[in-house]
Design a protein around this ligand. Structure first.
Ligand code: PLP
Length: 459
């Protein structure tokens, strides 16, 4: 490969003008963005990204929770380049495959603990959501229960932006755009103890929220419910880490009521919690699990659905032709990049590193932020952290304008060269699994400065 730039770049102000004229951005207020000018990211290395002014940022968010092996991995680029020369594209429809697609399915299955031995490939987490949604309904129909079609999800969840994804997600502002959710989708509460736990202990609250599932099943009728979906740790909703009592009770209810348990592993998969998959961390056994992001560390778009043996047996013996698929399902170049990404995670022991070394270091550094007056709670698992801002930590009173306080802290961080994300009054971190101790120290220091700024600015 030579050193020619990837594209010819017309310069910052030209690019911003072209962007304003032609590019509609996801999850962005376009009027505001065009007035201000888009931030242009040009290159990246390790945990750092560089914008077009040359400013360096520590990306404590791994892109969008996805660059698990860090930026600048030449071996992934080389694997993609080689595959592109050999076979840039072929599909997996109509009884065909390519070597990378098949080998990737085998590699992923080998990390699931022996019970999710099958993979259906997609290009994204959203498509993975649509895929399991259809599988769940066809599964019950194939078993002679066509009336089992209703799906239960959670408020404040995020499962993607397609119509099924946005419906299953519990984001009010997404539902308001486009008459969502679609028919057949229902939501129960989230295990967000800090805001909603009242006088209950976290353990009591975890059980209470899990039992909302049982109540909802009773309300809808067990014979009509196909599945329940949740993220092991709710990510975009604010890194909501459930109390320990929550997941075992959810698993018990799904089993007792014979409904499929779907674990959305799009963020929690591929090492983020110090386990290959989030369900392993919480000790539960899902029937289906959408994956994406860390599967390729974002180097190329690829996702999929892990299918348990229980469901796969029915798909294979009863579905006949499952009329579902994407032109790029199992794309050979994306699959080759993902295989190399998984090789790196495996050979560098990144999952174990998160579990035994850098995760515990991050946990105690993150927890130390609770010393700040404006922090109500700072929790983490592995390398995902959620920090609750509080106007009065002694009473768990929150700020009157949660979105404003979160943005204030996030903007201070970004100005100061640290990429963080805010959901309302929660600050979220999800760095590359390769982040070093000194880089974590820098995250804590810069976030600490932003928290002091909040303390001094909002009374
Ligand atoms: N599920 C979860 C838990 C996610 O966090 C996301 C994206 O952030 C998705 C699904 C959708 O994935 P994608 O953006 O690749 O469509």
């Amino acid at each position: 490969m030579n050193d020619k730039p990837a594209i010819s770049n017309p310069g910052i102000s030209n690019l911003q003008a072209i962007d304003a004229a032609h590019h509609i951005h996801p999850f962005s207020d376009m009027k505001e963005l065009n007035a201000k000018g888009t931030r242009i990211i040009e290159r990246a290395e390790g945990v750092h990204i560089y914008d077009s002014t040359g400013k360096k940022y520590l990306d404590a968010f791994a892109g969008l929770w996805c660059v698990n092996v860090g930026y600048g991995r030449k071996s992934i680029a080389e694997a993609a380049f080689r595959q592109m020369q050999e076979l840039p594209y072929y599909n997996t429809f109509f009884g065909t495959t390519t070597p990378p697609a098949t080998l990737l399915a085998q590699k992923i299955a080998s990390k699931t603990g022996g019970r999710m031995n099958h993979v259906f490939f997609t290009n994204s987490g959203s498509e993975a959501t649509d895929t399991w949604f259809r599988i769940a309904r066809v599964y019950w129909k194939a078993l002679g229960k066509p009336e089992k079609t209703q799906v239960i999800a959670r408020k404040n969840a995020y499962h993607g932006s397609t119509v099924a994804g946005a419906s299953l997600g519990g984001m009010k502002h997404m539902h308001e755009q486009g008459n969502l959710p679609i028919e057949g989708v229902h939501h129960i509460g989230q295990p967000y103890w800090y805001a909603e736990g009242g006088d209950l202990t976290p353990a009591e609250f975890g059980l209470k929220m899990a039992r909302e599932l049982e109540t909802k099943i009773d309300e809808l009728g067990e014979d009509r419910v196909a599945a329940f979906v949740a993220e092991p740790i709710q990510g975009a909703g604010g890194v909501i880490i459930p109390p320990d009592t929550y997941w075992p009770e959810i698993a018990r209810i799904c089993k007792a009521r014979n409904i499929l348990l779907i674990s959305d592993e799009v963020i929690c998969g591929f090492g983020r919690l110090g386990s290959w998959f989030g369900y392993q961390h919480f000790g539960v056994e899902p029937d289906l699990a959408p994956i994406a992001k860390g599967l390729s560390s974002g180097y190329l778009p690829i996702g999929g659905v892990l299918v348990s043996d229980r469901v796969a047996q029915v798909m294979i013996s009863e579905f006949g032709d499952f009329a579902h698929g994407y032109t790029y399902s199992g794309h050979p170049v994306a699959a080759a990049a993902a295989l190399e990404n998984l090789r790196i995670i495996e050979e560098e022991g990144l999952v174990e590193r998160v579990r035994d070394d850098i995760g515990p270091y991050f946990a105690s550094a993150w927890k130390s932020l609770e010393d700040h007056q404006v922090v109500g709670q700072a929790e983490s698992v592995g390398l995902i952290g959620g920090l609750q801002l509080a106007a009065d930590k002694s009473t768990r009173r929150r700020y009157a304008k949660p979105d404003d306080t979160g943005s204030l802290v996030r903007n201070h961080c970004v100005e100061n060269g640290l990429i963080m994300r805010a959901t309302g009054d929660r600050m979220l971190a999800s760095p590359a699994l390769t982040i070093t101790r000194s880089e974590i120290d820098e995250v804590i220091e810069k976030l600490g400065q932003a928290l002091e700024h909040l303390r001094d600015t909002v009374k």
